[in-house]
Design a protein. Sequence first.
Length: 390
Amino acid sequence: MRTQVAIIGAGPAGLMLGRLLQLAGIEAVILERKSADYVLSRIRAGVLEQGTADLLARVGLGDRVAAEGLPHGGIDMCFDGDLQRIDFTARVGRHVTVYGQTEVTRDLMEAREASGALTIYEAGDVAVHDFDGRQPRITWRKDGIEHALSCDFIAGCDGFHGVCRASVPERAIRTFERHYPFGWLGILVERPPVSEELIYAHHERGFALCSMRSLTRSRYYVQVPEGERVEDWSDQRFWDELRGRINPEAAQRLQIGPSIEKSIAPLRSFVAEPLRFGRLFLAGDAAHIVPPTGAKGLNLAISDVAMLGAAFVEHYAERSDAGLDAYSARALARIWKAERFSWWMTSLLHTFPETGPFGRRIQRAEFDYLCGSVAAQTSLAENYTGLSLD
Ligand code: RFL
Ligand code: PHB
């Protein structure tokens, strides 16, 4: 079997890249370790930057996000119960859209299936070969049979624990990492959200976030120490903790109910450099991780493949490798800015073991500065709604 671009991973990065290539008449095969149902059942990100929603529309998938997505013109920042709204529309003339990653994935999967393009789910033991030569190859096992695919390029869109980054020789790659000694305990509940917009809250007991998936379904998070077990968190314990960390008006309005999903996600900052190894390109979580506090993970995966897709189109349609040669540096410039913003939001809003009384005063001063400065609000709004591709 042969194709032009072999894409490893059917998450948002792999599926969006597949869509961009397909619209340009470039052949691609997607190989995914899990089943389609499993991929769709993962509850992850919920906020789309304006550029991400715009790209969905540009690739012909704008209808459902326009009908069901919730445009948000701002967020609330809360510090020890004090509230400050950051008005995105007033500050930068842009907004974000609340639309779950599950829905983005579903839209891309359905369009791909309808187009007849090939996705191989439940592909085991995927291995990438010869990407430093002219003719890369992929092998995998399915239903007990060994398969092989040769291609011009490999796109490693296989997430943080994928095989692509792990296949690069250690001397060719440099990684940068920051570990946070806490995680987010999140629950999903079939109740209307506590507020029209998201509330990001700092409290001495830790961070809390009030988010949503729709007008009837809410998503809430609280910071928990590393090593905490979901089994130790009854719904009641979660609600009590959340109520104690957000502003009293919101705590009073909060509609609670039985959780329909409950899980703990670790927090990490991670970047791999470079993003290109011969004919292998990394994109999305395969190349970088941000803590979710800036709502950047999914958006960064999409902006990476917007750049990579354009570079492949340039290669095939214009016979120019300028885009492919520039991809790593161009994508990393944007990735590091999103890393900085996500780290900054995390540092402002969480309680760290080493924070201490001085650290808390600094966090308070940062919040007070944000409240009193249009420039600081503009900076937050500009980053949250998404920086331009260059
Ligand atoms: P994905 O979505 O992880 O997709 C990678 C795909 O590759 C497959 N795969 C393989 N396939 C074949 N062979 C192999 N050897 C393979 N190894 C892996 C995987 O099964 C998967 O389908 O990466 P992508 O496309 O880069 O998209 C990135 C986003 O998914 C990610 O950045 C965000 O979801 C991050 N994230 C969150 N971001 C937010 O902005 N807000 C959140 O609330 C939020 N919650 C989360 C998250 C990520 C989580 N992870 C990765 C553990 C919660 C969790 C639990
Ligand atoms: C979510 O709704 O899951 C969500 C929203 C904003 C974030 C992180 C997660 O910053």
